[in-house]
Structures are given as C-alpha cells and as structure tokens.
Design a protein around this ligand. Sequence first.
Ligand SMILES: C[S@@+](CC[C@H](N)C(=O)[O-])C[C@H]1O[C@@H](n2cnc3c(N)ncnc32)[C@H](O)[C@@H]1O
Length: 348
Amino acid sequence: MPPKSHLRKDRINIGKKVRAHRNRTITLSRAETKLYSKEIIQISKPASVNTLENKIVNQDTFETLTFLPDNFVDLLILDPPYNLTKTFNSNTFKKRSISQYAEWLENLLDKLLPTLKSTASVYVCSEWYSSTAVHLVLDKLLNVRNRITWEREKGRGAKRNFKNASEDIWFATVSEDYVFNVENVKLKRRVLAPYTYTNGEPKDWLNTSGGQFRLTHPSNLWNDITVPFWSMSENTDHPTQKPEKLLAKLILASTNENDFVFDPFMGVGSSLVAAKKLKRKYLGLEIETEYCLLAAKRLHLAEFDMTIQGYHKGVFWERNTLKAQKQKATTTPIDSVKQSKKHTCIRT
Ligand SMILES: C[S@@+](CC[C@H](N)C(=O)[O-])C[C@H]1O[C@@H](n2cnc3c(N)ncnc32)[C@H](O)[C@@H]1O
C-alpha cells in the first residue's frame, strides 16, 4: 500500500501550507522523511555501476562526477538550473551573461562526457535566453540532432514584452550510432480532415466513439504537455518540476528497456519515475535533501501506480482527450494496417 500521507485526508494541512481539498500535491510527513532518508545515498570514492543502479545521490553534482564510472549511460537528461536567478529550496542559482553560462555548461558537459556510452543520446533543457549558448556548446562537443520547443502554456504575462510560455530541449548524440524509436513516440491527434475511401472506410485514422484520431509522427514542437499542477498526482512543490509525460517521450524515443538513464540535476526525480515506469535503469543526483526525499517517495508510489498522465496504452495523446482514451475503436483504419505491415510511416 502507498504510505498513508498520500491519501487525500492525511495530506491536507501537512507541512506549512494549507491546501485545497482536491489538491494532490505530494508532500512528506515526518515519518516519511525518516523512512525515505534510508533510500538516498552519498558517495565519496569511485563507485561501480551496480552500486549506482536505481539510486538517488544527495550531493553536489560537480563533486560527485569524479566518482562515477565511465561508459555506463545510454541517455543523459540534463535539466540544470536555467540562466535565471532562482532559488531551489536553500540554494540560489544566479543569472549570468550568456557567455558565462556557456562556460559553466561546457565545464559541466566536459565532466559528464566520459560517463556516456558511444551510442548515448543527450537532451539539454533550456529557457529561450540562453538556448543559443546550449546550442553552441553542444555543437562543440556532440552531434546536435534537433531543438524541441515545448509550449508549456503556463507563463507570466508581460506589459512590455510577449509572454514566455515555451522551453527548448536540445537533442544531441555522441555518435552516428544511436537509438531512435520513432514508433514509440507518435502522437494521437484528432483528425481535422477525415478522408475516406469510396466505400466510406477511414483512410489512415481511427474511428472511436470518443472521436476520430490519427497517429502522427512526433515533431519538434510539443504542445501536448502541461506543467504539473496541483490537481495532478505527480505534482510537488518543486518550482520547476518537469512533467512525467515529457520525460517519457525522451526516454521512449532514445532508449530501450533496461537501458541506463542518468539525470545529474534530478530535482524531485521526474525522469527517474518515468524511467522506472518504463522499465529503464536510472541514477539521479540532487543537492537538496528535501527534493531527494520527494523523489524517493515518488519512486515508491510508482510501484502502485505505473501510469503516466497523457500516455495511455503505449500511445501519447494530445491534450484534453482523457475521455477518448478510454473508448474503443469502432472502425479499423485501412491505411494504418497496410502501412504498419510495411513499416512505413503514416501521415504526420
Ligand atoms: C531545473 S531543476 C530540475 C527539475 C527536475 N527535472 C524535476 O522534474 O524535478 C534543477 C535542479 O538542480 C538542483 N541543483 C542545482 N545545483 C546543483 C548542484 N550543484 N548539484 C546537484 N543539484 C543541483 C536544484 O536543486 C534543482 O532541483
């Protein structure tokens, strides 16, 4: 059973904040703090891959990297402090010039590169202002494959500027030999032009009682993912928590089952939780103990609930399709049957 404080009644009024009745934000009771403290580790000498598998390391990433083995990572997810002045619990990252941020990132990546396998993929998250720095640094050290723009919707309106409602995720690989499972990250979208054959059968889409949908190729513009908010069961008080759905896309695209996912700035462990739910190995580093404890609790809760919001029955769905996700297909799309046999793509 999940720990008691995950049940709604127990969670209300836990911690300093008073929460709304339907608020599902994950918090820690004193008993849980004690319990999950046993799950997090520190390392002070070179560690083997086995001792690091599926672990949370609570210490400064820069101090930890020298103790990590070489060549063990299949997927590096780098969601570092953005180039903004931001406080994470007790630590504050200070905004610096673009060139200083580039220097900071290059120094970090230099230390991370030895951990990567020759077939590894790397994703680096960034806000718009320093995205150019990320591009240049990655281009110097790796093979840049793409820039994903995530339209995360939420953002503060500005009086003398456009609202910032997006983030970039740069995709790079160590070599030309890398995993990319395009079939696993297709997006199920509502059909706007439902073309049919002369006999009335749908061409390349599915007719369901919840609507007409088509599986489309994933593009580098992601507008199907919201930031976690208080009514979602994955939500915590971390100020920049990434959604599990977003991490699931990176993991499914760029790894196979049992591959090793490494997140050196794991926050509350969203990438670790997605990795666990998708049967990948993982390692996360984080300087703030409270975030490590929340990550440990989320990993524990994942044992009872392996679902990822927005990813249902092996398919990513566009926003606001919860009802349709539960409907059964009423007509088989002739094209998709033909095309899946030939392993060619269906319309994007
Ligand atoms: C952008 S957040 C990552 C959020 C994460 N992706 C999630 O979904 O929870 C960056 C994290 O890096 C942590 N951090 C900052 N500097 C660090 C350092 N030197 N070593 C380890 N962690 C650090 C911060 O505490 C923060 O939680």
